[in-house]
Design a binder for this molecule. Structure first.
Ligand code: 13P
Length: 258
């Protein structure tokens, strides 16, 4: 983290978990144990049907609600899809884009790019995900792969808008496996992502953008991961489903920084 130049962000990704009723229950519990200080931005990205309950429950708090996906088109014949302006109207502030689980369902870099542009246009903060498979890591192409995902995902994003984008580095082999990247491995890639942003934009923008780590991040390993200079927060799956664990990760973001 480096709070002097950029925001620290702790974001939950519930994936396909919890009903609207369970959402209400979770939010009530979270509110009762939420740390009081304003240490970092906190986001919870929830299933679409849970958004109204989450927004209602967290209205007077500093927790921003987000979606887990969006469609890049403004409206039309896209059965089952949700447009960015609908998310804004429902009270969302964030949207996760290009999660590896969605890429595995066929989402391409071009789709990710179109969604990032649409989200920015609507005034949402996109949390754009990237990450390599175990096979890619073992064959030594992590750096190039991630650089390519970042370049393609950010194509056409202007100098003015780049600071609104949050990038999440999530090595696929670390997601839901309990096998977290070491702080050094995660830092190396996050530092590389910042270097790509520096090349595409400027040092100032690269310094200002928040880069999160995701992949089996929990209340035990968060402190060490967040101590890395280029890791500005976390995108948390499993541990964001339990209020106590999520709060402990938020607390880990309240550590001294450079
Ligand atoms: P886990 O924290 O459950 O590994 O999930 C990470 C993730 O995919 C967040 O988007």
């Amino acid at each position: 983290m480096n709070r002097k130049y950029r925001k620290t962000v702790i974001a939950g990704n519930w994936k396909m978990n919890k009903t609207p009723s369970e959402t209400k229950e979770f939010m009530t519990q979270l509110k009762s144990i939420m740390p009081k200080g304003r240490w970092c931005d906190v986001a919870l990205c929830v299933p679409a049907v849970c958004i109204p309950a989450a927004v209602r429950a967290m209205r007077e708090t500093r927790v921003g609600i987000g979606a887990e996906n969006c469609n890049a088109n403004a409206s039309g014949a896209y059965t089952g899809e949700i447009a960015t302006n609908m998310l804004v109207d429902a009270g969302c502030k964030y949207v996760i884009i290009g999660h590896s689980e969605r890429r595995a369902m066929g989402e391409t870099d071009a789709d990710v790019n179109a969604k990032v542009l649409a989200a920015l246009e609507a005034g949402l903060t996109p949390i754009m995900c990237c990450g390599e498979s175990l096979e890619q890591r073992e064959s030594g192409i992590t750096e190039e792969w991630i650089a390519m995902q970042i370049k393609l995902g950010l194509a056409g994003v202007s100098e003015e808008k780049i600071r609104k984008v949050i990038i999440a580095y999530e090595p696929i082999w670390a997601i839901g496996t309990g096998r977290t990247a070491t702080p050094e491995q995660a830092e190396e890639v996050c530092e590389g992502i910042r270097a790509v942003v520096r090349k595409l934009y400027s040092s100032k923008n690269a310094r200002a953008i928040s880069i999160l780590y995701g992949g089996s991040m929990n209340e035990k390993n968060a402190y060490e991961l967040l101590a890395q200079p280029d890791i500005d927060g976390g995108l948390i799956g499993g541990a964001s489903l339990v209020p106590e664990k999520f709060v402990q990760i938020i607390e880990a973001a309240n550590q001294p920084t450079v």
